[in-house]
Design a protein around this ligand. Structure first.
Ligand code: ADP
Ligand code: 5GP
Length: 203
C-alpha cells in the first residue's frame, strides 16, 4: 500500500566504478515513483553522452572548493584525482516533501552520511566476479587503461567496506539487481516507524 510519507527515505548506493550503478539506477527510476536521484557535483570531465545537470553538475576545482568552504555539501570525497560531492539543499528539500532521495556515492562519502544521517539506508552493489568488473570497465570504453587500473585497484579497497552496509545487491542481470533494490525499498517502507500516519487511527 502506497502512503503519503511525512519524510522521504534517504538511500545510499555504493559500489565500484563500472559495476553498473548508473545502469541500474536508470532502470529503477523508470519504474518507481516518488524517488529523486541526487545529481552530484564533480570536477571530473563529462564522459561521452553525459549531460551537465543530468548525470552530474560538472564544476571547476575552484567552484567545488568554494562549496566546501561555504558548507553547501552534505558530504564529499576525492576519488581517482577528482572531487565528488552531494548538495545538502537539494536533498533536504525533497526529504522534507516526503520524497525518497537516492545517492550514488563512494565509500568515504557513505561513511560521512552514516555519521550524519542515522535513518539512511545503505546498499552496496557488487559484480558477479572481479573479472566481470574489469570487462565492464573496458566495454564501457570511456576511460584510459591507466584510469581503469586505478578504478580496479580502488575497487579492492572499497569491497572491504561492505560490512558497514545494510544490504548487498549482486548486479548479474540488471533486472535482478533492480528487483532486489525494489525489495529493500519496499521492506523499508513497511517499517513500523515509517507507518506512523496509518497507525494513529488504531490508537
Ligand atoms: P557505474 O555507474 O557503476 O560506473 P555503469 O552503469 O556505467 O557503471 O556500467 C558500466 C558498464 O557495464 C556499462 O557499459 C554498462 O552498460 C555495463 N553493465 C551494467 N550492468 C550490467 C550487467 N548487469 N550486465 C552486463 N553489463 C552491464
Ligand atoms: P564515476 O566517475 O565513475 O562517475 O564515479 C566515481 C565514483 O564517485 C563512484 O563510486 C560514484 O559512486 C562516486 N560518486 C559520485 N557522486 C558522488 C558524490 O556526490 N559523493 C561521493 N562521495 N561519491 C560520489
Amino acid at each position: 500500500m502506497q502512503l503519503k510519507k511525512e519524510r522521504g527515505q534517504l538511500i545510499v548506493l555504493s559500489g565500484p566504478s563500472g559495476v553498473g550503478k548508473s545502469t541500474v539506477i536508470a532502470e529503477l527510476l523508470g519504474q518507481r515513483d516518488n524517488i529523486y536521484f541526487s545529481v552530484s557535483y564533480t570536477t571530473r570531465s563529462p564522459r561521452v553522452g553525459e549531460q551537465d545537470g543530468v548525470n552530474y553538475n560538472f564544476v571547476s576545482r575552484e567552484e567545488f572548493e568554494r562549496m566546501i568552504r561555504d558548507n553547501e555539501l552534505l558530504e564529499y570525497a576525492e576519488y581517482v584525482d577528482n572531487y565528488y560531492g552531494t548538495s545538502l539543499k537539494a536533498i533536504q528539500e525533497r526529504l522534507d516533501a516526503g520524497i525518497d532521495v537516492l545517492l550514488d556515492i563512494e565509500v568515504q562519502g557513505a561513511a560521512k552520511v552514516r555519521a550524519r544521517c542515522p535513518g539512511a539506508l545503505f546498499i552496496f552493489i557488487i559484480p558477479p566476479s572481479f573479472e566481470e568488473l574489469s570487462r565492464r570497465l573496458h566495454r564501457r570504453n570511456t576511460d584510459s587503461e591507466e584510469v581503469i587500473a586505478g578504478r580496479l585497484e580502488k575497487a579492492r579497497v572499497e569491497f572491504r567496506e561492505i560490512p558497514n552496509y545494510d544490504y548487498l545487491v549482486i548486479n548479474d542481470k540488471v533486472s535482478n539487481a533492480v528487483e532486489e533494490i525494489e525489495a529493500v525499498l519496499t521492506a523499508a517502507e513497511c517499517r513500523v516507524e515509517n507507518r506512523s500516519s496509518i497507525l494513529s487511527q488504531f490508537a
